[in-house]
Write a protein that binds this ligand. Structure first.
Ligand code: FES
Length: 187
């Protein structure tokens, strides 16, 4: 054995002796060996890894679920009559909420008498859109976005995707909302 190597081994053993001397009092109060200590540390580290990867997996699953929802998922809710919809004349619109009180929406009756309904939040920065009788389209006052009155597709401006679509059914002149779909990019 070279003298350098034997000096190194002596130094390491001396360090270990110093550590044992320094931790003697703690060893008396918490009696476990350094091997056990290493085992505890390994176990804690493994637990940490499992916890971290579980958390990351749950986070990734959450993001992916949201991406799927944003990409276009239709949700069905109980059919709900839209109040006063039977009074809506061709070429006009009215606001309502669906499915919750905070979910604002717009019901449009086109000039040909057909009905179309969409979420009222602009898909750019959520400003409330309105129906322009003059232009027969849905407009956003915030950054000049425009949407089709029949499909809710983007006609112009910065909105990145169509308005949410509200599924409707008409019974005896009364309009019922039956579902709401968040739609993804048109591309
Ligand atoms: S919020 Fe509607 S165009 Fe910007």
């Amino acid at each position: 054995m070279s003298s350098n190597l034997s000096e190194t081994i002596d130094r390491v053993l001396a360090d270990e002796t110093d550590v044992r001397r320094a931790t003697d009092s703690h060893q008396a109060e918490f009696p476990y060996s350094r091997d056990q200590e290493a085992e505890v540390t390994r176990r804690e580290f493994c637990n940490f890894l499992v916890l971290t990867s579980t958390t990351m997996f749950a986070g990734a699953a959450g993001f992916s679920a949201k991406a799927m929802y944003d990409a276009g998922v239709e949700k069905r809710f109980a059919p709900t009559p839209i109040e006063d919809s039977e009074t809506l004349t061709p070429g006009s619109a009215m606001n309502f909420t669906y499915p919750g009180e905070e979910d604002t929406a717009i019901l449009i009756r086109s000039r040909d008498g057909s009905y179309h309904a969409f979420g009222q939040k602009c898909t750019h920065l959520s400003c409330p859109v309105y129906y322009s009788k003059e232009h027969q389209r849905i407009e956003c006052p915030c950054h000049e976005g425009g949407f089709s009155e029949r499909t809710g597709e983007v006609l112009y401006g910065p909105p990145p995707r169509p308005l949410d679509k509200i599924e409707i059914e008409v019974h005896n002149g009364r309009v019922f909302a039956t579902g709401r779909e968040v739609r993804g990019n048109e591309t």
